[in-house]
Write a protein that binds this ligand. Sequence first.
Ligand code: EPU
Length: 385
Amino acid sequence: MVIESNPSLQSYNSFGILARAQEMLRVTSVDDLQDMVQTPFFQERPHLVLGGGSNLVLTGDVKALVLKVELMGKRLVKEDEKGYWVEAMAGENWHDFVTWTLDQGWPGLENLALIPGSVGATPVQNIGAYGVELQDRFFDLEAVDLSTGKRFRLDAAQCAFAYRDSIFKHGAQPNFGSLAPRGLSLESPPEKRTNALSSGALSVDALPADLNLGLANRALITHVRFFLPKKWRAVLDYQDLQKKCAEHANAQPSAREIYDWVCAIRRHKLPDPKSIGNVGSFFKNPTVSSDQCQDIIAREPSVVHYPLLDGRFKLAAGWLIDACGWRGKSIGMAGVYPKQALVLINKGGADNPCTGGEVMTLARAIQTSVYERFGILLEPEPMIL
Ligand code: EPU
């Protein structure tokens, strides 16, 4: 495996921020990675797992060995009367994978079309869009424990999925201590068991010690598997998709039609990171108590809010930021996307890019004004390094 020294990370983060890594290793083989992890060279260095870089804000050079995940491959693992089990390796592009499953006639991922990034990053974030979250289609994943080099497998419960969250976002992060351990409650590791879908005749049951402390920077996801049921059901609850149904006078669209609609909606309101650097939604949609929601509605009747099953309400962060007048505003080369206030953009392109500092100054100014007006502290969605 070749170690690159001092490589530029500009083309590996979707904001296009200029930064360098101390060293970088392209991970193209699981076996090679397992061998590498066991070397003193690896164990002596802090490391950072990098997928598509579409959920990352770099605020300086990365003083670590960057593991650039380039594991490629996708396949149908199993088909029966219930559905399809489909696997992709972590380095595959997510949107290309979604497109491939539909081309094969396996519907289910259409609402998640055009989300930037790699397959390996999707469980970390539990990506979601237009009424579907990754956890709704997820079957299991395999990863390499970066302290032992052993492979292990996690099912959905073990991944502790929540809104834009999973076990991979929590834990002590050596040298990147921005996320505090949250003590996720997990069942104790299952007994060693055979796993009919695992990718090889290897032990995939060596779960890392202290799994309940989280796996941020402790694991590198290698394979992700999805279950796509043959009893497919269109998910059209989201308002933008309802509008498409009305526009096309089509109440029963096919998966391919939903895919096309989702692509069109996203292209219309979200910037393409290939031309305008961004990381998608910069903040999570906050949840508030029923009382707080009623108070905000009384003062701002048009606030976009959605009731949750537990009696709380989710508010549209984009609306809150927009209401504070941020759309189209900027600090240095970091700006708020004029069509969607929840998205921060690099206004300077590749030649004169924004810095991570400018992005964070803008983000903090937005947080402050939303907090002062609504009493809500917005939580950033991407990883800030
Ligand atoms: N809104 C405004 N002004 C704005 C932006 C939004 O008034 O500047 C209003 C919209 O009119 C709408 C509401 O806020 O009524 C929600 O906006 P939108 O439908 O664009 O969705 P969102 O809540 O902002 C979430 C996800 C997106 C996902 C869409 C569609 C989060 C943090 N974001 O955005 O995910 O694509 O729903 O499901 O949950 C991402 O995570 O990177 C991402 C793009």
